[in-house]
Ligand binder design. Structure first.
Ligand SMILES: C[S@@+](CC[C@H](N)C(=O)[O-])C[C@H]1O[C@@H](n2cnc3c(N)ncnc32)[C@H](O)[C@@H]1O
Length: 187
């Protein structure tokens, strides 16, 4: 019951116009047939949006460490009769995935990763050569919930860790009020 409440809350937050979901999806420029990994898929708001973008021949992987979260998403997949989403229950340190993807999407998850540098080094082999990793992470705001509870990563720290993992920033999008949004590619 609490899980459902929490996930519906996460989805409402993701869908809220002030968090600019339409702009985020547009700027990702996902193509039909693309393969996308939604790392830390939570309530699946973006997983379901991406499924629409990639179309029937594409595939979206909802990747999370919590089975109950994936079960919640599976309920939505079943209800909508979607065939282009697979759920992956993973270990907090990394994962394996059946194929290489065009895009990994990581929204409000980076600060949860125990060793981000190793994490991204490990999953590099699942990214196509020209593939992208899109990371959205909270900015530090001292007196906010995210600031007080440490749900953020300073931007320079994140870029440094991604650099050490073998990725360079190729695009920095600055339309989000409380988060930064950076697209990385392999160096
Ligand atoms: C704040 S929620 C964000 C959910 C979603 N990305 C969104 O924007 O609505 C963080 C999610 O990351 C998941 N998570 C935490 N650590 C993880 C890890 N090491 N690997 C994959 N997912 C993880 C949590 O279970 C949770 O679903």
């Amino acid at each position: 019951m609490f899980t459902k409440f929490r996930l519906e809350m996460l989805n409402r937050e993701a869908a809220s116009p002030e968090n600019k979901p339409k702009e985020i999806i547009k700027s990702l420029n996902i193509q039909k047939n693309d393969k996308v990994g939604d790392i830390g898929s939570g309530g699946g708001y973006y997983t379901l949006k991406f499924a629409k973008e990639v179309g029937e021949e594409g595939m979206v992987y909802a990747i999370d460490t919590k089975q109950e979260y994936l079960t919640f998403i599976m309920g939505k997949i079943k209800k909508k009769g979607l065939k282009n989403i697979k759920t992956l229950l993973v270990n907090k340190d990394g994962f394996s995935i059946p194929e290489k993807v065009d895009l990994f999407f990581v929204r409000n998850v980076f600060h949860h990763l125990p060793a981000p540098e190793d994490y991204f080094k490990n999953i590099k082999r699942y990214l196509k050569n020209d593939g992208r990793i899109a990371i959205i992470e909270h900015k530090r705001r001292k007196y906010s919930f995210t600031g007080i509870f440490g749900h953020f990563t300073p931007k320079d720290v994140l870029i440094d860790k991604m650099g050490k993992a073998g990725f360079k920033p190729v695009d920095r999008l600055d339309f989000l009020p409380d988060q930064y949004f950076i697209i990385f590619k392999m160096k």
